[in-house]
Unconditional design. Structure first.
Ligand SMILES: *Cc1c(COP(=O)(O)O)cnc(C)c1O
Length: 369
């Protein structure tokens, strides 16, 4: 059926002045996805795992796809129960979502709005400024230290009566530095209990530092902590979009009410359960990436680079104004990395061949010895 007063598509988007998004949504920063590159190039730009899903995951998916005419479990109850066992918490303390980014959005819009503030370190995960701006709240970005770590005392000092949440990313994307458990305990002690501490542990499995964060202990002690994990990184299921949050029962009950109904798709739930049953494969993959990362860092050091120990499945080179030049050189050599203009590049640890190419480029940009 044709309606009579259709405007042209161009004027509908550009010229329709009666329909407008909230001002906060008109100036959102844009999320830049890792460049997939041309066919035949390696993608070291999105912190994905280079391994295909395990046979167990593929078999579970093949089996489950016959049932996708049915809705999935509304709250991913089966998966939440397994995750609760894994973390030694109650199932009511776990909220599963469409990737942990969707949970960040859910949590922020549940707690912050116009006039509020959300504090986080910068540079950190580029989804944060977008998720904060979408709520109408203001981002308060506390600069990283010179070595790319969160400046926790400065973050505490940035908290005002308007602050609703403070976000902590460890290991931090994109600088790959990790905070210690004791640092976080001190931090949690100082953050007022009325301020939510949102801990993003997307890369926890890759952290080999001594005194690695023990979120379960923080959750048991501090009522205002929520921690976030994902199946996108260590479990290699980025394409299926499954993440989860753990927190106090009362908080999580409120979150569940505000969550998208059936927000995690059936195949994602099934694959995540299969990946948990096959934890040994995930552990072996993580161990392989860590070994490659350590070798990568040794090579960088031989080239003259001095970088803080990376604890994610990626390495950060603070190239400053040579960032774009490096990214272009890597692309020409067949490897996509993730540049942050004027700051540095993030290089995912991936296929050995790709890592070797990235190292060849790094050698050309190494600081003079
Ligand atoms: C990759 C990543 C996530 C996970 O995102 P998903 O939506 O679960 O894929 C969360 N936080 C950070 C810092 C990340 O880098």
């Amino acid at each position: 059926m044709q309606s009579v007063r259709n405007e042209s598509p161009a004027s509908q988007t550009a010229g329709n002045e009666s329909l407008q998004w909230r001002p906060a949504l008109q100036s959102l920063p844009q999320y830049v996805p890792g460049n997939p590159g041309r066919t035949g190039t390696f993608k070291l730009s999105s912190n994905e795992m280079p391994f295909p899903p395990s046979a167990g995951v593929i078999a579970a998916l093949a089996d489950a796809m016959h049932d996708v005419n049915r809705y999935p479990q509304m709250h991913s109850d089966g998966l939440a129960a397994q995750l609760a066992t894994l973390h030694g918490v109650d199932a009511e303390q776990v909220v599963v979502g469409n990737g942990s980014v969707a949970l960040i959005e859910l949590i922020l819009r549940s707690i912050a709005t116009d006039g509020d503030e959300v504090v986080y370190s910068w540079r950190s995960f580029e989804a944060y400024p977008i998720a904060v701006a979408a709520t109408g709240a203001r981002s308060v970005q506390v600069p990283n230290t010179a070595s790319g770590r969160h400046d926790l005392p400065a973050m505490v000092a940035a908290i005002t009566p308007a602050t609703k949440a403070v976000m902590v990313c460890t290991p931090n994307n994109p600088t790959s530095t990790a905070l210690t458990h004791s640092e976080l305990v001190e931090f949690c002690e100082q953050v007022p209990s009325s301020v939510l501490i949102l801990l993003d542990e997307a890369y926890w499995h890759f952290d080999t530092s001594q005194d690695r964060v023990r979120a379960e202990e923080l959750l048991a002690t501090y009522k205002n902590v929520i921690t976030l994990r994902t199946f996108s990184k260590a479990y290699g299921l980025a394409g299926l979009r499954v993440g989860y949050a753990i927190g106090r029962r009362r908080l999580m009950r409120q979150l569940q009410v505000a969550a998208t109904p059936f927000g995690t798709n059936a195949l994602g739930q099934i694959a995540a359960l299969a990946a948990l049953r096959d934890q040994a494969t995930a552990d072996a993959n993580v161990a392989a990436i860590i070994a490659k990362r350590e070798e990568f860092v040794r090579q960088l050091q031989t080239q003259g680079w001095q970088i803080p120990a990376p604890q994610g499945n990626f390495v950060w080179l603070a190239l400053g104004d040579r960032t774009q030049e490096f990214a272009a050189a890597a692309q020409d050599a067949g490897v996509m990395v993730r540049p942050f203009a004027g700051e540095g590049v993030r290089i995912t640890i991936g296929e050995s061949e790709a890592n070797a190419i990235a190292l060849e480029i790094a050698a050309k940009f190494a600081p003079p010895q």
